[in-house]
Design a protein around this ligand. Structure first.
Ligand code: FNR
Length: 391
């Protein structure tokens, strides 16, 4: 796929699948999200599967995220010459080949032995933007190196040790990331029934702590040697992971401090979007963390139009929580998003076949999106607006 020209990825990919089919080969990675998730259930340990698939409480918001998409209907238009389609866009100053990036997902070592490295390699092959998680099993420097020329943003979990948070931002800047995404919806981990029932928290096994264990500020906090006494280091990690005391003043400070554009992730209320813009954010991510934080929270998609209105084109708006297929990308763009983040689907691809699995899942979604764009009568993502939706 890497050598393919930038237009018509859908047409090409479909042709390739059918050509391979004539030779008796059918796709190894399931085409449908439902089959993909079911296959990942077989491939992953029960703990890892529940960690990924699960949400907060009774998972009402996980379901609601998907229901929200079904309420919107696309309204295709005919005879508009859609042979050549331009998917490229620029978000928060970063040029993207298409409006889909990989969401920050932590602890990928529990999914596949190559974890974040495999995901970053797939992104590099597709030239796809990736947001590297603070809670990764591979350091942000190594993820950035694997990304090669593909766009990369760094996601910050703001530590209660503000020197450590600053050190992460400095490292991300030095490593060559193009933006810092601050996740605001996780001042504490939420009550997740599946993880509680299994008494499973991957960090306790030393997964997802690579950025911390490699950080000079973090290492200086640990009594003794991090490598020789990983249990003490894990305890320290749990102590400093998050900071429930944070306020908008802290966020404004970060926007001032950072040389990179700062993006606020986890925005649902339009007033919070305005506050983020006032504080100096370059963009917001409308997200409820895939239903993993507040059970009973509103679907992220339901809040997208109000947030788009509130920021009034002053900053870019990214969306996640429930993107599964090309039509979902279109609907989010139609409601005003400039780009979307793909979460659980690529994690299931990683579970099934490492880098190749991530690449297949992403290439399928992009092909589906490209075809859907043309089939509703558009040849440029920049032109997608609410007119593509039925009233
Ligand atoms: C996440 N998400 C997340 N977000 C973040 O800012 N930092 C992180 O480290 C993680 N880690 C993480 C792990 C797992 C297993 C999942 C499923 C999700 C949230 C992620 O970025 C995104 O908001 C959601 O995945 C979007 O929901 P869907 O589309 O995956 O359902």
């Amino acid at each position: 796929m890497a050598d393919d020209p930038p237009t018509q990825p859908g047409t090409r990919r479909m042709a390739r699948v059918f050509t391979e089919g004539r030779g008796g080969e059918t796709p190894g990675i399931p085409m449908s999200y439902e089959d993909l998730e079911a296959a990942a259930l077989d491939a992953l340990s029960p703990e890892a599967y529940d960690y990924v698939a699960g949400g907060a409480g009774g998972e009402d918001t996980v379901d609601r995220n998907r229901e929200a998409f079904r309420r919107y209907r696309l309204l295709p238009r005919m005879l508009r010459d859609v042979a050549e389609r331009d998917l490229s866009t620029t978000v928060c100053g970063t040029e993207l080949p298409h409006p889909v990036m990989l969401a920050p997902v932590g602890v990928q070592s529990i999914i596949h032995e190559e974890g974040e490295r495999a995901t970053a390699r797939a992104a590099a092959e597709l030239g796809m933007g990736l947001i590297a998680s603070s809670a990764a099993s591979t350091t942000m420097e190594d993820v950035r190196a694997e990304l090669d020329d593909a766009p990369g943003w760094f996601q910050l979990y703001w530590s209660s040790d503000h020197d450590l948070a600053r050190s992460f931002v400095d490292r991300a800047t030095d490593a060559g990331y193009e933006a810092v995404v601050v996740t605001l919806d996780t001042p504490m981990l939420a009550w997740r029934e599946r993880d509680m029932q299994r008494a499973y928290l991957p960090f306790l096994d030393g997964d997802g702590v690579a950025n911390y264990f490699s950080d000079p500020t973090f290492r200086s906090r640990v009594d003794g040697d991090v490598d020789e006494d990983p249990e003490a280091a894990v305890d320290e990690f749990l102590d400093v992971f998050s900071d429930p005391t944070l306020t908008w003043d802290d966020f404004a400070w970060l926007c001032e401090y950072s040389d990179l554009p700062v993006v606020a992730k986890g925005i649902l209320h339009p007033d919070d979007a305005e506050r983020a813009v006032d504080a100096g954010a370059a963009g917001v991510v409308v997200s409820n963390h895939g239903g993993r934080q507040v059970d009973g929270a509103v679907a992220a998609l339901e809040q997208l139009p109000d947030v788009v209105d509130a920021v009034d084109e002053e900053v870019d708006v990214v969306f996640d929580s429930g993107i599964r297929r090309g039509a979902d990308v279109l609907k989010a763009l139609a409601l005003g998003a400039d780009a979307v983040l793909l979460g659980r689907p690529y994690v299931y691809g990683l579970a099934l076949d490492g880098a190749s699995g991530v690449r297949e899942v992403c290439a399928n979604l992009l092909a589906d999106f490209d075809l859907a764009l043309g089939l509703i009568g558009h040849d440029d993502v920049a032109d997608v607006d609410e007119s593509v939706l039925a009233d």
